[in-house]
Design a protein around this ligand. Structure first.
Ligand code: BG6
Ligand code: MG
Length: 216
């Protein structure tokens, strides 16, 4: 088989936490009377927590110290984590779980490549704790997507060269990160609509066909 590992982004690919990010950031933005809507929230996909805050502060009239910014980011994360406690195995769709199982059955290594420092918590909530062969997330990187670091680390954790990896991403910045890592990209959601992938798919189940086609 041509490919040896598939590296999945988490938020927007394995499960959906967008609305929780939105509600938590909205509350922080409202407390500072900063205009914030779902369109701005879309720009936060794949972007680290602190960089997300900087995007939100583009519409803030005033300046904040580093300590104040850190407090706001911590406040957002507390609210966000409260929402995450509502997640359960019901937030893992059959489509995603069956696709993961089918890919594993074909002998592929499966990894996570996410900017989120809450990756472990979320995987636990949806019943995938310990499922992946490797997890590269916001806690082991210094630069967030579109920098390729998170995917390069994931590839090294499973000891697979980038050219044998496929990244699955819903964010345009994540698709760029995958390409900069020297990997092929299967884009879903936003990134698929933008045509940012080597394969722009509508449904994650299509991954099985993609790796099968590459076998021949
Ligand atoms: C990414 C999300 O997965 O994680 C971003 O797409 C988010 O929106 C980023 O900002 C960081 O998440 P966390 O959980 O570390 O605040
Ligand atoms: Mg994502």
């Amino acid at each position: 088989m041509k490919y040896k590992a598939i590296i999945f982004d988490l938020d927007g690919v394995i499960c959906y936490t967008d609305e929780y990010h939105y509600l938590a950031w909205k509350s922080v933005a409202d407390s500072l009377s900063i205009p914030f809507d779902r369109e701005i929230n879309n720009r936060l996909r794949g972007v680290s927590r602190m960089e997300s805050l900087e995007i939100i502060l583009e519409k803030f009239n005033g300046t904040l110290s580093t300590v104040e910014k850190e407090e706001l980011a911590a406040q957002k994360n507390e609210l966000y984590k409260q929402y995450l406690t509502k997640m359960s195995t019901k937030d893992l769709s059959d489509e995603v779980k069956n696709t993961l199982d089918a890919l594993r059955k074909k002998g592929l290594l499966l990894a996570i490549g996410s900017s989120s420092k809450n990756t472990g918590f979320i995987l636990n909530q949806i019943g995938l704790n310990g499922y992946f062969d490797a997890v590269s997330d916001g806690s082991n990187i210094t630069r967030s997507k579109p920098d390729p670091e998170v995917f390069l680390k994931a590839a090294s954790f499973v000891s697979v060269e980038p050219e044998y990896c496929i990244v699955v991403e819903d964010a345009v910045s994540g698709a760029e990160a995958g390409h900069r890592a020297g990997m092929k990209v299967a884009a879903v959601g936003d990134a698929s609509n933008a045509g940012a992938g080597d394969w722009n798919i509508k449904n994650i189940t299509e991954l099985v066909r993609i790796v099968e086609d590459e076998e021949s």
